[in-house]
Every structure is written in C-alpha cells, then in structure tokens.
Ligand binder design. Sequence first.
Ligand code: SAH
Ligand code: AVI
Length: 310
Amino acid sequence: MAADAKELEEIVGGLSGSQKQISPKYFYDQRGSQLFDDITQLPEYYLTNTELAIMRDNIAEMSKLIGKQASLIEFGSGSSIKARILLENLSELAAYVPVDISKEHLLAFAAEIRDCFPHIDVLPVVADFTQQYELPTPMVMSVRNIVYFPGSTIGNFEHEVAIELLRVMYHEAGKGGALLIGVDLQKDPTIIENAYNDSAGTTAEFNLNMLQHLNRDYGANFDVDEFEHSANYDSDEGRVVIELVSQADQYFEIGDTKFDIADREAILTEYSHKYTLGGFAEMANSAGFVVEKVWTDTDDLFSVQLLTRN
Ligand code: SAH
Ligand code: AVI
C-alpha cells in the first residue's frame, strides 16, 4: 500500500507524545493478516476456538433471531472464518459485505467466499471502519441489516472510542437492524497473559511486523531487532497492554521526522480489553443498543451477543 499523507500524519502524531503509540490497525498488512491467522491456531489463543464453538453450538437460535433476507455487514472480516458459519446457515441472505483495511487479504478471501457461496452477493469494501466510507447497495432488497463484529476486535478500542464505534454500527444496522458481536470476558489473568505471550513466539512476530510494515510502506527505518514484544494484563483496567520495548538508546526516522527512543522505553501498539457482561451491556446501552441475547461457553471465557436497536 502506498503511504497516505493522512496516515503518515497519524503515525507521526502518535509517536510524538510522551507515550509513544501506533494504532493497532497498522498490524494488518498482508503479512500481518497472515500472522493473525497463525495466532488463531495457537493453543494459548483461546478466543477464536471458543467463539467458533459458541457460534456452532447456537447457530440455529442465532439464525432464527436474525431471520430471512438479511444483509450481513462484517467489520474487520479478516479471513471470514466465523462468517462462514452464518453464510452456511442464514436463509436467503441478501448480501455479505466484508469490510477490512487489509486489502490483498480481504480481496483474496472475498473471492474464496464467492466461490463457496455463488448464490450470495459478496461485496467486499476496503476501508478503515473508524473513518467515513460508503457501503455498497446489494442487488436484492434486504429485510434488515445485521452488522457482524466478531473476534472481540471491539476490545482494541479505548472505552469512549469503542462506544463511538458501536454508535456507527447502530446507524449502519438501521431501523430494525441488529449487531452480532464477539466480546472477550474477564477471567484468570494467567489465561489471558498466556494468550498474548505464546510459546511459539507468533504474537511477538505479529507485534514486531508492525515496524516492518512501517519500514516497507511508510518510509520508516526501524531497526526491528532492537525492539522486543511485551504483553501484560492490567487487571485494574481490564486490558492487556501490548507494547514494543526498545532494547537500546536509539533513534528512528519516518519520512523526514526523526524520533529518539530510550533504552526500555515502550511504544504502545495495542490494548485488548476484556469485559464483564454488565460492563459491556452499559457500553452497548450508551450507544443505543439493547442486549437481546448473550451466548457463552461453559467456562465463561468468551461471549457472542445479539444487540438490537431500541
Ligand atoms: N474478524 C476476524 C479477524 C479479527 S483480526 C476474526 O474474528 O478472526 C482484526 C481484523 O480487523 C483484521 O482483519 C484487520 O485487518 C481488521 N481491522 C483492524 N482495524 C481495522 C480498521 N480500523 N478498519 C478496518 N479493518 C480493520
Ligand atoms: C483482533 N484482536 C481482537 C486481537 C486481540 O486479541 O486483541 C489482536 C491480537 N493482538 C495480539 N494477539 C491478537
């Protein structure tokens, strides 16, 4: 992807404050999307398998609540693995609209979905869903919009921004629409920390790839070997803090801007919030939604929730 002036400004701005930070959306170039798929296969990363099992175990009830002839709009669709369960089971789906920032990955998986489900109107949208973008119009009129936001990607946004994003989804759902969302739950901190510090080192590679992405596409010159992955659960805030920690006093450049970074100084790359059911319901209500149904696994690790418009 060619460097975009607005994105460059955002990256430079994030690195210019007293807490250096880069938005997690920069994890996802083609390599980053592949590494995320590798993470979903790790034994420690309970999120994906648990959410898939909740979907499979409850798909009949989900399909009934969603009804016929819906348009399914997925935010941050990645490889669309969870959406496949919906595509196989929802009746007379009007369209599937996967929205993702990772262009090559999105288009490759949208083509695969089109091959597997030739009767469904598949309309991929390459966009940053935190910015304004146009949604395509399906060929067939739909009865209602179902916004789908799996994976607990909502947890990668800070409280106020997450509510703002839920409000955007409330509007995209439209009158009579709903949001089906995957929400990771608070639990034993060891389970959470292990999920972000896997023994194969894949999460470390995913985190460090962000610097490679910036070197490749945004004119940066990070010495990637001089940074280390770090992920710690902050139980007061209910979130994993994911950082890249400098291993030396060093400097790096992005385009024409030079930055100093001290030995042990961290660049914040991601938060991954974990919720209580009550806490998430409050956020959903603040955005205008009513929690219609919550499905969880037997260990209460993860939840899938249907939020409707009041
Ligand atoms: N929904 C999938 C993938 C989750 S990974 C799952 O549950 O397994 C997060 C996905 O969101 C990635 O595919 C990433 O490219 C996309 N993403 C992250 N930030 C984004 C943004 N701001 N706009 C659009 N897509 C984004
Ligand atoms: C996409 N998102 C929900 C993942 C998470 O668990 O917060 C991203 C991730 N970061 C490290 N591992 C996975």
